[in-house]
Design a protein around this ligand. Structure first.
Ligand code: SUO
Length: 445
């Protein structure tokens, strides 16, 4: 048996509303609000538990260490101890503190692009950690992401690549702009790459206001590195209009799995061509559900995160299940649409709402929080790290969050040197729970 395993990012102890992502409407709207790291992490765990209870294969990826001292040292801060480094930053460059303290690594849909063994030339599963070059606070994630992926996916079945060269030309945001279609997970599939703009061809359309965070050239490089067949790879440009409306990743406007794509009619520059290319590369075994702007206006799609849902095939159930954020209930056009969905499109016959408010305030819904990795039963069994969510791991993680996380964090709390020590103590214990080895810089010194 082969499964699509959902690896969810466990939300870290410094979760805060930094307003750091230009072009991400929710991040900007909620800047400086008091956050609750504890609630955030528990909300994420509830979603993981619910999916595991449905019979889905569910796993967890640990958060990164924050504030991230190695970046500060790289930038010339030289304090003797790590707390001294923080003091220097607070005194001379306080704007950096938010940047190195974000828990943005929770959105593991941006951690990497993953191509399953059945799609690649050498029969291995390929990982390329995303360079996340567009936003400074996210560009510091790739190294730890790479440590974590290598610690979990060990052995000859896996091929780990370096992130693409940093900078705007090969700006890469990982699986949030990548969807894999297939009949059965273990069979060869079609990999669908959606990019915001071409950086080397100035004549192609571009958004006018907000950045295009994925370049065509980055997506092409990943397809080459992963050894994908050209007739099983489709590249499509995002509609610049939607980027300017706040769709900073394609997974804010479309979601797909197996043979089904659920998308907003404005998602792509040329939707008809995209659909026909997908049909052709899937040899006709492909279906799509298009949502009209007249039914769900673009701005409602962005504020509700309707398309940042998880589309699942749940064991023992026919049809698809949609996991949506609770915000979808509050936006009328979306609620009306979802109420009528199972009747109108029998493919999707279940809709489940989840409260992910803490992550949502930074622009991260259910789909942002997970990275999908196709794995065989044998690969799951051979994984040494204790990352698959059993009832006991869920209880242990919940207890760990309750013991280590703060109930509240204001932007000023990031100045508190105790937060560094608290976070490290928590993460050190977490690596024991997950049996994952020393993945953090502070554990290597
Ligand atoms: N896939 C969802 C990613 C959301 C993420 N938000 C942030 O980093 C906001 C963090 C803050 O504003 O504190 C981003 O824009 O990349």
């Amino acid at each position: 048996m082969t499964f699509e395993v959902n690896f969810d990012g466990l939300i870290g102890p410094t979760h805060n509303h930094g307003g750091l992502s230009f072009g991400n409407v929710a991040s900007n709207k909620h800047a400086a609000l008091t956050s609750s790291p504890k609630k955030a992490a528990l909300q994420g765990l509830e979603k993981m538990k619910a999916l595991a209870d449905m019979g889905m294969k569910q796993a967890v990826l640990p958060p990164h260490e924050r504030p991230y001292i190695p970046t500060l040292r790289e930038l010339g801060f030289q304090g003797e101890t790590d707390s001294d480094v923080l003091k220097e930053v607070v005194a001379s460059a306080p704007y950096l503190l938010k940047q190195v303290s974000s828990a943005s690594n929770m959105w593991v849909a941006n951690a990497a692009t993953v191509s399953p063994f059945s799609d690649t030339q050498n029969g291995k599963t390929h990982f390329t950690p995303a360079n996340l070059s567009s936003m400074f606070h996210r560009s510091i994630e790739a190294k730890t992401t790479s440590n974590i992926l290598k610690a979990i996916f060990q052995g000859d079945d896996y091929s780990h690549h370096e992130p693409l060269p940093a900078g705007e030309y090969f700006s890469d945001e990982g699986a949030a702009n990548h969807t894999r279609f297939c009949q059965e997970y273990g069979q060869e599939g079609v990999e669908f790459f959606v990019y915001g703009a071409s950086r080397f061809n100035p004549n192609t359309p571009k958004p006018a206001v907000f950045p295009a965070r994925q370049t065509l050239e980055a997506s092409q490089a990943i397809a080459r590195k992963h050894g994908l067949s050209s007739n099983k790879t489709v590249f499509a440009q995002q509609n610049p209009i939607v980027i300017d409306a706040g769709v900073f990743h394609n997974d804010v406007i479309a979601v797909g799995t197996r043979d089904l794509l659920f998308y907003h009619e404005l998602a792509f520059l040329d939707s008809e061509q995209v659909i026909s290319q997908l049909e052709e590369s899937m040899d006709g075994h492909f279906q799509s559900i298009k949502v009209a702007d007249s039914e769900v206006p673009l701005k409602d799609a962005v504020s509700s995160y309707l398309f940042n849902s998880q589309l699942l095939t749940v064991p023992e159930q026919t049809g698809y299940t949609l996991i949506v954020p609770g915000e979808c209930m509050k936006v009328e056009s979306v609620k009306t649409y979802l109420d009528s969905l199972p009747e109108r499109h029998q493919q999707i016959n279940q809709v489940h709402y989840f409260n992910l408010e803490q992550s949502m305030r930074n622009g991260g819904g259910p789909a942002c929080l997970r990275l999908r990795v196709v794995m065989s039963q044998q690969q799951i069994e051979q994984t040494k790290a204790n990352v698959f969510l059993t009832d006991s791991l869920y209880q242990e993680l919940k207890d760990w969050v309750n013991r280590h996380y703060r109930d509240e964090l204001t932007p000023d709390d990031l100045y508190d040197p105790a937060l560094l020590a608290e976070s490290r103590a928590a993460l050190d214990e977490l690596t024991q729970i997950l049996n994952i080895g020393p993945i953090y810089d502070f554990q290597k010194n």
